[in-house]
Write a protein that binds this ligand. Structure first.
Ligand SMILES: NC(=O)c1ccc[n+]([C@@H]2O[C@H](COP(=O)([O-])OP(=O)(O)OC[C@H]3O[C@@H](n4cnc5c(N)ncnc54)[C@H](OP(=O)(O)O)[C@@H]3O)[C@@H](O)[C@H]2O)c1
Length: 319
């Protein structure tokens, strides 16, 4: 019998991509917010008791970083408390939990890639609530994989790639922050890496999701590093050379021509965001590679793939 996989956040950037790959590993029950609201702990407990998954993949989160500053109770309920409720309930029925977390649990003061042993010190509400969620999972004792990632984009949803393309149809000059460093990662690559890791675990354990000594926290991000400003330049370069018949691209630009001619670097201070963000967000993937033998490509390769084919997933699966 196929193992049952409960996936939350099925309409999110990562959740939607996971939905393309997880069915290869089991019977997926994918729920959106209308069917499971993570701010309601009793609903979480009830869903897990009814579905009785062998594994829960939690791709849902309160991700509105700026809004979280004034909506802390909801961000804490979804990011800080729900993962703990899931973890405890999963433990009771012998299930395992896969969860995503963020570079925002760090303060960004480091100058070289963060590894999993670096101390957390979140500098905004979103980061604090995400770290609380991680801790709740670890405290529960459930077998878990927490994948911390950063700077996620996709060809759908709300993200930097689509924002830049949209702005490029409206403005000749884009002013983009150049003093924050990170590694943009495509949601498809995260979904593929997650699926490969879970497939490997299943293979080694006669079709069961047994995490044993692999249970823990891992950084999962693109290789390399850049700034938001250079990422924007790379997006416009690719966009300038792309074929207009990519459906996602046509949607992002609403079929309009790109008029942006200049990308001007500005400082975080000039950008005047209401929220503090880490200046340095590069995560070291060494532990992920050593433990599971899974490495994500350089951020430029990932970006390039979005512009090559409608079906990034087909390319990734053939790798
Ligand atoms: N995006 C990034 O740059 C980034 C960086 C580092 C880590 N992460 C982490 O990666 C994971 C996935 O992020 P993502 O970029 O895929 O996020 P996303 O596109 O914003 O998707 C989040 C999903 O969570 C759902 N959700 C929000 N509140 C909910 C609630 N109360 N009950 C149930 N579902 C709820 C949303 O549902 P609706 O569609 O109904 O809103 C959405 O489908 C999260 O854990 C996030 O913290 C993201």
């Amino acid at each position: 019998m196929k193992p049952v996989i409960l996936l939350t956040g099925k309409n999110g950037q990562i959740g939607a991509e996971l939905l393309q790959f997880l069915p290869q590993l089991g019977e997926v029950v994918a729920l959106d917010r209308d069917h499971l609201d993570l701010s309601k702990p009793d609903d979480i407990r009830r869903a897990i008791r009814e579905i009785r998954p062998q594994i829960i993949v939690n791709a849902a989160a309160y991700t509105a970083v700026d809004k979280a500053e004034t909506d802390e109770a909801m961000a804490q309920a979804v990011n800080g408390e729900a993962p703990g409720v899931m973890a405890k309930e999963a433990k009771k029925i012998g299930a395992a939990l896969v969860h995503y977390s963020t570079d925002y649990i760090f303060d960004g003061s480091k100058k070289m890639p963060y590894d999993e042993t670096d101390a957390a010190n979140p500098i905004n509400v979103y980061g604090k609530t995400k770290f609380a969620g991680e801790q709740a999972i670890r405290d529960s004792g459930v077998p878990h994989l927490i994948f911390r990632t950063a700077w996620v984009y996709a060809t759908r949803g709300r993200n930097f790639l689509l924002t830049i393309l949209h702005l490029a149809t409206e403005r000749e000059e884009l002013r983009i922050v150049s003093d924050q460093i990170g590694a943009p990662v495509c949601a498809s690559d995260l979904a593929v890496a997650t699926s490969k890791i879970l497939a490997g675990i299943c293979e080694r354990n006669n079709g069961r999701f047994v995490f044993s000594e692999a249970s823990g926290t891992y950084h999962m991000s693109a290789a390399g590093q850049t700034t938001w400003c250079d990422f924007a330049k790379a997006i416009l370069e690719k966009a300038g050379a792309t074929s207009r018949d990519l459906a996602w691209f046509a949607t992002a630009t609403r079929g309009r021509p790109l008029i942006a001619r200049r990308v001007v670097p500005i400082s975080t201070e000039e950008f005047r965001s209401p929220t503090h963000r880490p200046a340095y967000s590069v995560l070291s993937n060494s532990r992920l590679i050593q433990t599971f033998g899974v490495a994500l490509p350089n951020w430029r390769t990932q970006l390039q793939r979005c512009f090559v084919s409608e079906s990034i997933n087909a390319i990734l699966l053939s790798d």
